[in-house]
Design a protein around this ligand. Sequence first.
Ligand code: NAD
Length: 379
Amino acid sequence: MAIHVGVITEIAADERRIAMTPDIAGRLATLGGRVFVEAGAGRGAFFDDAAFQHRSAIITDRQTVLTESAILWTVQPPAADVIAAMRPNSMVMGLMLPHQSPDRVRQLCAQHLTAFGMELIPRVTRAQTMDVLSSQATIAGYKATLLAAQLSGVFFPMLTTAAGTIRPAKVLILGAGVAGLQASATARRLGALVEAYDVRRAAKEEVESLGARFIGLPIDAATTGGYARALTAEERAQEEQVVAEHVAKADVVITTAQIPGRPAPRLIDRTTVEQMRPGAVIVDLAAESGGNCACTTAGSVTLHHGVTIAGPRNIASTLPGQASEMYAKNCLNFYCLLTREGTSLDPDWNDEIIAGALLVRDGTIRHEPTREQMEGAPQ
Ligand code: NAD
């Protein structure tokens, strides 16, 4: 029996990605799956219905996709009306963002759906090909540098012209994880002088391999999972001083610092912004989780003391075709783990990747931190 896989139009504001591409639909057909795509669902990412049909997908209306699908692939968490229209005991995989909407998690339980959070997949080596956080952060880092170059009033490269020599821009990257490294690499390619700061010592070698200068503290705040921990008050005071010194000299600052499960660390306060030169630019990629800069407004570009501050939301969606290609490949790799010989959805619930990504099954919350938080949350 062919597994029915469904994809619907993403309706969240500014969301142009789709969880499936025609190429991946074709690969699913080869694996024995049957793909149902809502008419027009790929439009925002420049994939038309004919391209899906050409790869054996069935183009139909939204309701039919939802009732036909044994498993639905999404980018954003499914909306309440989508969950209500899904077949009980069917599956859904996509970003689930459980902490942002406990009600949605309860509804998934009530509807007896099995839900996997693509962002919950453990970041172990075997799961690298399914890692949507990395694939989308790569895009975010790249686009953040382009946005900064666009907003900035200075050239990034050094230029020698008859009208004089122009010095290269000084770009400072705060947080040298996946997004920060890609932002550094892109700024280097544009010819800027790049410095990058992180609290994980392992980031030093990666930053230097890109031809950028590493700025660190005399500590290593890496956890065993490879992420950063929150800093102590004393460490934060050290950080404030080091960061302020470098921010004041930069033409462009791109901030990407995050601590999993917590608000983004505050790295640039208002006074530090006021010490920057007029015309300088800050692009704050942590805007949606509280911002690394005190002056950031999520979803807006603002001006403070002559400094332009951008807090883009869902920046990966601004490269919709390739963001979808990367996301859909991540989905396909995870989906293959859920299936047996392409003919049945038969996950090994003990597999650490499946167990880690599992949010809801059989009417109960299976993801440990989420369950704890929901039990503590008001009903
Ligand atoms: P992230 O988005 O959680 O954080 C971004 C960066 O912010 C990190 O480099 C973090 O160290 C940094 N940061 C946090 N607090 C900071 C502060 N106060 N000042 C400056 N920087 C701060 O992390 P990410 O980019 O998704 O991943 C971070 C690391 O996780 C990677 O570099 C890698 O080592 C590891 N990782 C492993 C895998 C895997 O094995 N599959 C996949 C992805 C990432």
